[in-house]
Write a protein that binds this ligand. Structure first.
Ligand SMILES: [Zn+2]
Length: 442
């Protein structure tokens, strides 16, 4: 596949950078926390420990935590421009409201919304995300500008239900052709959900992902109402149906997975489908129920976390998502140990990387991995006192996003000293506000 856009990434890795004297939360196999340096060479972590020798750039991380970048496994980044447009509504009226606004969207506000979302994620320590939307080719422009790593899932659904021009599955195929060789963008096939996709559409998406060597990302069993209605009309629950038609496939990533029976949990685990838990969105839309994470862990399902879009969450802060995931499970299971801080951190880093089939490349600070790194100032009032003993708990239960000092993606800083380096943040926000006003008045 030949990329249709010029890539300007090569040649930008001239700098050899050392991040000096930080408290490193490695997220390696033994979950080591150690004090030392991280050496980054040509976009790759080349050494963790004491770094000697000449470097081009030295970054002092004394008093800071150095950790792997967070991975947001379910969002609709372009909806950042729709923040605060549909609040305090249940899923039905919420969808009505967002679809009405969505139908008026133009390339300009999709691009502005995506850049706003990318800036928010970079500033709150997220280095990779998995998106589901149409017009991912436009979103890709903002992702390139922001310098984030992204898995962009082009929405595939029945033709009569979409505002996309042409067959969504063909549009998705074209997008994969366009971005198949990109260093930071991985195209993904995103059948929206069983409620918007016939069996034919689902299997066409499945076949496209198989032939292009990518995976499918989709919404699954988000609310009780949706599962109840599906079973009433189709005779099977969604996961049962997907298993029955041969859709479930290893490497796929399913968002929400709230209303599952134990058999469905086992079905997903057996087929190697990862579940993205989106606690904030689930609680805010009051879909009822709590995603059965303990049962997923018991059955060795891979679990990760997602914010969902800004219209159902209002925030793309993955630190908050870790906290809410842990609190929701503790509260609903009457068990404070059911989702400990270390596991919550795993869900947003190394387990998320595994969900994306990328755990050999990202998700931890280890030699050989791409340099996706976040530096947090632990002298910030929201983080002190932080020590090697309480650091993991503070990363999950305190407010690290307020103290994110630097964010590096693929060896390059996209946030430095608390500022987004890839564009003027105020201009990004102002542009998004203008687009939001236009959308609301349209
Ligand atoms: Zn969603």
């Amino acid at each position: 596949m030949t990329p249709l856009i010029p890539f300007h990434f090569k040649g930008e890795y001239a700098l050899k950078t050392v991040i000096r004297d930080g408290l490193i939360v490695t997220q390696n196999e033994s979950r080591e926390v150690l004090r030392g340096d991280v050496l980054v060479d040509d976009g790759v972590i080349s050494h963790v420990g004491e770094a000697k020798g000449d470097v081009d750039q030295e970054v002092d991380a004394g008093g800071c935590v150095v950790m792997p970048g967070l991975i947001n496994c379910h969002t609709h980044v372009a909806m950042a421009v729709m923040r605060g447009m549909a609040d305090d509504l249940g899923l039905g009226p919420f969808l009505e409201r967002t679809f009405a606004v969505d139908a008026r969207r133009k390339a300009k506000d999709i691009e502005a919304g995506a850049l706003l979302g990318c800036a928010e994620m970079a500033r709150s320590g997220t280095t990779s995300f998995l998106d589901l939307y149409y017009s991912e080719d436009i979103i890709a422009r903002s992702v390139e500008k922001a310098g984030l790593r992204a898995y962009l899932g082009w929405a595939v659904l029945d033709e009569e239900l979409t505002t996309q021009k042409g067959r969504p599955v063909d549009n998705c195929a074209r997008f994969i052709e366009q971005f198949g060789n990109h260093p930071l963008i991985t195209p993904v096939v995103a059948p929206q959900g069983v409620y918007a996709c016939s069996d034919e559409t689902l299997m066409a998406a499945r076949e496209l992902a198989r032939t292009k060597g990518t995976f499918c990302h989709y919404h699954l069993s988000e609310t009780r109402h949706e599962v109840y209605e599906y079973k009433k009309s189709r005779g099977r629950r969604p996961v049962e149906h997907l298993a029955h038609i041969g859709f479930l496939s290893g490497g796929d990533v399913a968002a929400h997975c709230v209303w599952l029976t134990l058999n469905e949990v086992r079905d997903l685990a057996r087929h190697g489908v990862s579940a993205v838990h989106c606690p904030t969105s689930n609680m805010k839309l009051a879909g009822g129920g709590v995603s059965p994470l303990p049962e997923m862990f018991e059955n060795d399902a891979t679990v990760c976390l997602g914010t969902d879009g800004c219209s159902s969450n209002n925030s793309l802060d993955m630190f908050l998502e870790m906290k809410f995931a842990a609190l929701l499970q503790k509260s609903s299971r009457w068990d404070a140990s059911v989702l400990p801080a270390q596991k919550a951190l795993d869900l947003a880093t190394i387990d998320a990387a595994r969900s994306l089939g990328a755990n050999e490349r990202i998700g931890s600070i280890e030699p050989g991995k791409r340099a996706d790194i976040v530096i947090i100032d632990c002298q910030h009032p929201a983080m002190a006192p932080t020590t090697a003993d309480n650091i993991v708990a503070n990363l999950v239960y305190a407010s690290p996003s307020k103290a994110v000092r630097d964010t590096m993606v693929d060896g390059k800083f996209v946030v430095r000293d608390g500022r987004f380096t890839r564009a003027d943040e105020h201009k990004v926000a102002a542009e998004a506000v203008a687009c939001a006003q236009e959308l609301l008045s349209g």
